[in-house]
Design a protein around this ligand. Structure first.
Ligand code: NAP
Length: 291
């Protein structure tokens, strides 16, 4: 069994990005500039955005954080998006989700210039992804592809079962795994809460991408020997033995399933760090397009 180490792999990618930023600067180019829009005071969103800003600093990017009030109107937020679209110094930007309930998230995503949509959520980027055209890929599925690639995991002709069909993880991951490329060329089954024969499908899977958000849902009796496990799930569960009072638990019962798996991602330290580095990759791609 081989652990797909997202922490180590993402650090390697960060180092490569930092080197490229130095090269761009040495040639007189400007530093990549990522902007993040944060609406309101959602604790998790603040943590995520701060981590993204720290990541930018680490690789030598310029970053801007635009903090907006919870009560901002949809119209005002759309005006902020328009400003970032027009700001030539900003190479890419994200609007941290979720947004307050009175704002239509889809409308905001649609307002982002697809050329600056480094989260890869705009339908133009999703469409290009489906057609195997160059585009910004959503961060988590991109991180999964990079991890498979860096460990040379064979995917062609394999049966890949994706559990969960969210627009940010399961659905795009299923498209990428089915594309005529590497990683990809898998025979993909996309499952969700209405799937009636999940256990049978999982037992037939050569590869499982678990993204349903239910701790330890996938157990050893549901998988076959040699399976490749990508565990996207991260659920906070109370753990009084930890200083923070909680720990992160994946969707897969790591302890038992790892005894049967060929490759497996840990939680934490698997898909999470790869997701973070994907945003940096997309921002660099935005800059490369202009060079
Ligand atoms: P989400 O939007 O809540 O979607 C969950 C999906 O799982 C839905 O499609 C749902 O089906 C499906 N599902 C729920 N129960 C199921 C069951 N019993 N059997 C089969 N499918 C079931 O989730 P998400 O945003 O994709 O996130 C999933 C997990 O990944 C969460 O733990 C989240 O914290 C984590 N995550 C981690 C990262 C990372 O970087 N590591 C990034 C993003 C998300 P329906 O569509 O039918 O409702």
């Amino acid at each position: 069994m081989i652990i797909l180490d997202g922490k180590k792999t993402s650090q390697e990618i960060r180092n490569e990005i930092a080197e490229e930023v130095k090269t761009i600067s040495a040639k007189g180019g400007k530093k990549p500039h990522l902007a993040a829009v944060l609406v309101g005071n959602n604790g998790a969103s603040i943590t995520y955005v701060n981590a993204k800003i720290r990541d930018c600093e680490e690789v030598g990017y310029t970053s801007s954080l635009i903090k907006l009030s919870e009560t901002i109107s949809e119209k005002e937020l759309l005006q902020e998006v328009a400003k970032l679209n027009a700001d030539e110094d900003v190479d890419g930007f994200i609007v941290q989700l979720p947004l307050p309930k009175h704002i239509d998230e889809q409308k905001v995503i649609m307002a982002i210039n697809p050329e600056k949509d480094v989260d890869g959520f705009h339908p133009e980027n999703l469409g290009k992804m489906a057609l195997n055209l160059p585009s910004y890929l959503p961060a988590t599925p991109m991180g999964i592809m990079d991890l498979l690639d860096r460990y040379n995991v064979e995917t062609g002709g394999k049966h890949c079962v994706v559990v969960g069909r969210s627009h940010i993880v399961g659905l795009p991951a299923s498209i990428l795994m089915g594309r005529n490329s590497y990683p990809g060329n898998a025979t993909v089954t996309l499952t969700h809460s209405r799937t009636t024969n999940l256990k049978e499908l999982l037992q037939d899977a050569d590869m499982i991408i678990a993204a349903l958000g239910k701790p330890n849902f996938i157990t050893a009796d549901m998988v076959k020997e040699g399976v490749v496990i990508i565990d996207v799930g991260t659920t906070r569960v109370v753990d009084k033995s930890k200083k923070s009072g909680h720990r992160l638990v994946g969707d897969v019962d790591f302890k038992e399933v790892s005894k049967k798996a060929g490759f497996i991602t840990p939680v934490p330290g698997g898909v999470g760090p790869m997701t973070r580095v994907s945003l940096l990759k997309n921002t660099l791609m935005a800059v490369r397009k202009k060079l």
